[in-house]
Design a protein around this ligand. Structure first.
Ligand SMILES: Cc1cc2nc3c(=O)[nH]c(=O)nc-3n(C[C@H](O)[C@H](O)[C@H](O)COP(=O)(O)O)c2cc1C
Length: 136
C-alpha cells in the first residue's frame, strides 16, 4: 500500500504531494491523518521554516516505526534549491528509520509550475517502479 503524507503551511509542499498522488493513484493527506495500516511505501513531504522542519512534522516522524513503514521516500520544498529533504531524512534516521535514497525537492515558489509538477509525477512513478523491482 502506498501512503502520502505532508506538512505544508502555504501550499507548496501540498501541491507536490498532490502531483505525486495523482501519479501513483493514491490520496495525499496532511500529517494530521494517521497511516491507515502498514505502508509499503510512504511518500513524506515537508518544508524548511527558519532553517528547521516544522515541529508537527517531527512529531509525526516520531510516530513512525520501521515495522509500520517499508520504505519512506522524502519530498520537500524550500526557498533554497536543496529543499528540506536532508533535514527530514536526518529526523527519520534519529527515529530509527532509514529513508530511501530517492528524493524529490524543488524551490517552493515553483511547486505549481507545470514542468515541476510533471517532474514530481515522473519521480513518483519511477520510484515506485524501482522499489517494486527491488522487492522481486
Ligand atoms: C516563516 C518562513 C520561514 C522560512 N524559512 C526558510 C528557511 O530557513 N530556508 C529556506 O530555504 N526556506 C525558508 N522558507 C521558504 C519555505 O521553505 C518555502 O516557501 C516552502 O515551499 C514552504 O512550503 P509550504 O508552502 O508547503 O509551507 C520559509 C518560509 C516561511 C513562510
Amino acid at each position: 500500500m502506498v501512503e502520502i503524507r505532508y506538512f505544508s503551511k502555504s501550499g507548496n509542499t501540498k501541491a507536490i504531494a498532490q502531483s505525486i498522488a495523482a501519479a501513483v493513484g493514491a490520496e495525499a493527506h496532511d500529517i494530521s491523518t494517521p497511516l491507515s495500516g502498514k505502508a509499503d511505501i510512504l511518500f513524506l513531504g515537508g518544508a524548511v521554516y527558519a532553517f528547521r522542519i516544522a515541529g508537527k512534522l517531527k512529531k509525526f516522524i516520531k510516530t513512525l516505526s520501521p515495522e509500520a513503514v517499508g520504505k519512506v521516500v522524502v519530498f520537500s520544498t524550500a526557498g533554497n534549491p536543496a529543499g528540506a529533504s536532508q533535514l527530514i531524512k536526518k529526523q527519520l534516521r534519529k527515529c530509527g528509520i532509514v529513508p530511501a535514497a530517492e528524493e524529490f525537492h524543488c524551490v517552493g515558489r515553483l511547486a505549481e509550475d507545470e514542468a515541476v509538477q510533471k517532474q514530481a509525477a515522473q519521480f513518483a512513478r519511477e520510484t515506485i517502479d524501482r522499489l517494486d523491482h527491488d522487492k522481486r
